[in-house]
Design a protein around this ligand. Structure first.
Ligand code: ITT
Length: 200
């Protein structure tokens, strides 16, 4: 079976990606399964998520020689004109909690009606043999609540409410989150692209 490297260091992402790809006809490997030089941290210098996803997929694909899937994701808040967006992981130093608490502080004066937001996931797939690269994305709309809720998921999940389901991402299992989320949607697109364009 053809190997597919999932090139992310984020444990929350790995869990969701692996869950979505369980029945997929490729041999899924993580960065922990491949030998990489010590200095293999990847900078994310691009000003778009697409640019950063491509940089990550190409860097790890070229280092390992494997077909590689990488993702760049972020939270785009309406009242902040789309911030933190591509800078979501670097919005504040410290932990995920430090970052979502900073966001809640920044949004303290924003009324209930204006708290719309969306997650965006951009996936890049790169084959170092053919040098072919493809990207796809998924968007997931919801609302930033005032008080964090739930313990599952990662990142900004405790403050992101799915209004249809009446719960935050952090109150969902990985499976349930995948069925509605940006990453779930992007992965469904990615599976189609992999089947059509990267199967030998
Ligand atoms: P890799 O680059 O190794 O994949 P990362 O954590 O640096 O991992 P990103 O550069 O894509 O990932 O940053 C995405 C940030 O956006 C991440 O740190 C989270 O804070 C947030 N984020 C992305 N998807 C999320 C989700 O599904 N739920 C909550 N927060 C999310």
């Amino acid at each position: 079976m053809k190997k597919l490297l999932i090139a992310t260091k984020n444990q929350g992402k790995i869990k969701e990606i692996k869950k979505e790809l369980t029945d997929f006809a490729m041999d899924i490997v993580g960065l922990e399964n491949v030998n990489l030089p010590e200095d293999s941290a990847v900078q994310e210098p691009a000003i778009t998520m697409e640019g950063n996803a491509i940089i990550k997929a190409m860097t790890y694909g070229n280092k390992t020689g494997l077909l590689t899937l990488a993702e760049d994701a972020g939270l785009e808040v309406d009242a902040l004109n789309g911030r933190p967006g591509v800078l979501s992981a670097r919005y504040a130093s410290g932990t995920d909690k430090d970052r979502y608490l900073k966001l809640l502080r920044e949004m303290q004066a924003v009324s209930d009606k204006k708290r719309g937001a969306q997650f965006r996931s951009v996936i890049a797939i790169y084959d170092p043999e053919s040098e072919k690269i493809r990207t796809c994305e998924g968007i997931y709309r919801g609302k930033i609540i005032q008080t964090p809720k739930g313990k599952q998921g990662f990142g900004y999940d405790p403050i992101f409410l799915n209004e249809n389901l009446g719960k935050t991402n952090a109150q969902m299992t990985a499976e349930e989150k995948n069925s509605v989320s940006h990453r779930g949607k992007a992965l469904k697109n990615a599976k189609e692209i992999l089947k059509k364009e990267f199967k030998q």
